[in-house]
Design a protein around this ligand. Structure first.
Ligand code: AHG
Ligand code: MN
Ligand code: MN
Length: 334
C-alpha cells in the first residue's frame, strides 16, 4: 500500500531535501491550513451555524460584507497572530495592515489573504475559497509598515488557496511546482492527492463574465468573438464556457483540466485597472498557474512583474493555458 502523505509530512520532507521551507515557513503554512479547516467547518454548517447572509457592513472596497467574510478573516487572524512566525497580515476585509500585537513574538514573514473568495456564492451553496500569499519582510528598518507589503508577485515565498467545494482542497506552491491536498474529515488532516500539477498548453474552454461584454476593450472582445464563432470561425473549433464567480473555483478547474480565465479591465469604471486585487488574488493565483506551466498577464505585462503601488490595488487578469493566454496578450499588443 502506498503511504498517505499528510501536509505535515510533505512539508517536513521538502524542508529536508532542499531547505526550500525553513521551519518558520512550515509552521506558517500549517497554521494557514489549520485555519482553513476551521473555515471549511463553518462553511459546511451553513444555515445551521447561522453563518449565511450579510453582516450589514461594507469593506474597504465598498463591497457588502457577508457574515462568512468576517468569520473567515477572524479565523485567519486568530490562528496566525500568536505563533511567532509573522510580522503582519493584510486582508481584503481590512483597510490597513494588521501588525502582530506586542504581546506575541514577531517573525519575518508577511501573510496576505482573501479570506473568503466568491462571496456571492455563499448563500446559494456554491463553491468558495480562501486565497493566500506569503512574502518576506524586507531586511532592515524598524517595525513593519504597509510599504513592506508592496512587493512584486515574483517575490512570493509561498502561495495557495483552499477550495470549499464538494471536497475541501488545499493547493500550494513554494516555488517548485503545485501540490494538492484533500481534507480527510475523519482524520482531520490534509492528504496529498496530486503532485506536479500541469495545465495543458491548449484549451477550448474559457471563463469570463459575459454580461460585461459591451464594456470590454477591443482585444478581449476579439478573442471571445473568435471563441464564440466556433468551428466556422477563425479558430476552427467550438469552445465551451464556464463562470463560477469564484476565482478559486475557476482556477481550480483550470489547474485540473486546463482553460483560460479572464477578468479584464472594462469601461464600466475606466479609472479602475480591473476588479480583482493584485496582492491577494492575482499574485498568488498567477504564481500557482505559472508553477503549473501556465501563464498569467494583465494583457500587457506578466502579473508577477507588476510593482504594486498600494495594498488594495486592482488589476486586469488573464490566466491559464499558455497558448490561449499568449494569444489574448498578443491581441493587446497588436
Ligand atoms: P470576492 O468574493 O473575494 O470579492 O471575489 C469575487 C471575485 C472573484 O472570485 C470572481 O471571479 C469575481 O469576483 C466575480 O465577479 P462578478 O460577480 O463580477 O462575475
Ligand atoms: Mn476574491
Ligand atoms: Mn473575498
Amino acid at each position: 500500500m502506498t503511504p498517505r502523505i499528510s501536509l505535515t509530512r510533505y512539508l517536513v520532507e521538502k524542508q529536508r531535501v532542499d531547505d526550500r521551507i525553513p521551519s518558520d515557513l512550515r509552521l506558517l503554512l500549517e497554521v494557514v491550513a489549520r485555519a482553513c479547516k476551521g473555515i471549511s467547518h463553518a462553511v459546511n454548517k451553513g444555515a445551521l451555524g447561522d453563518v449565511l447572509g450579510s453582516a450589514g457592513t461594507d469593506n474597504v472596497q465598498g463591497e457588502v460584507q457577508k457574515k462568512l467574510d468576517i468569520i473567515a478573516n477572524e479565523v485567519l487572524i486568530e490562528a496566525n497572530e500568536w505563533g511567532g512566525h509573522l510580522a503582519a497580515m493584510a486582508s481584503e476585509e481590512m483597510e490597513g495592515i494588521y501588525v502582530v500585537p506586542n504581546r506575541y513574538p514577531k517573525g519575518e514573514y508577511l501573510l496576505l489573504f482573501d479570506p473568503l473568495d466568491g462571496s456571492s456564492n455563499i448563500d446559494v451553496n456554491v463553491s468558495i475559497g480562501t486565497i493566500f500569499s506569503v512574502l518576506k519582510k524586507p531586511e532592515g528598518g524598524h517595525g513593519v509598515s504597509e510599504q513592506d507589503f508592496l512587493q512584486a508577485g515574483s517575490r512570493q515565498v509561498a502561495a495557495g488557496y483552499c477550495l470549499y467545494g464538494p471536497q475541501t482542497t488545499l493547493v500550494l506552491t513554494v516555488g517548485d511546482g503545485v501540490a494538492m491536498f484533500t481534507l480527510d474529515r475523519e482524520q482531520g488532516s490534509f492528504v496529498l492527492t496530486a503532485e506536479d500539477v500541469k495545465i495543458p498548453e491548449d484549451t477550448r474552454e474559457f471563463a469570463i463574465n459575459m454580461s460585461n461584454m459591451r464594456h470590454w476593450d477591443a482585444p478581449v472582445r476579439r478573442y471571445i468573438d473568435e471563441c464564440l464563432a466556433g468551428k466556422d470561425g477563425p479558430r476552427g473549433s467550438d469552445f465551451n464556457m464556464r463562470w463560477i464567480a469564484s476565482m478559486v473555483t475557476d482556477v481550480h478547474r483550470i489547474l485540473t483540466r486546463g482553460g483560460i480565465f479572464l477578468y479584464p479591465w472594462d469601461k464600466r469604471e475606466p479609472g479602475k485597472p480591473g476588479k480583482l486585487r493584485l496582492l491577494y488574488e492575482a499574485n498568488p493565483m498567477g504564481w500557482l498557474v505559472e508553477q503549473a506551466g501556465g501563464t498569467a498577464t494583465n494583457g500587457r505585462q506578466r502579473i508577477l512583474d507588476i510593482e504594486p503601488g498600494k495594498l488594495h490595488e486592482r488589476v486586469s487578469v488573464i490566466l491559464g493555458s499558455r497558448n490561449e493566454v499568449e494569444r489574448v496578450t498578443g491581441y493587446h499588443a497588436s
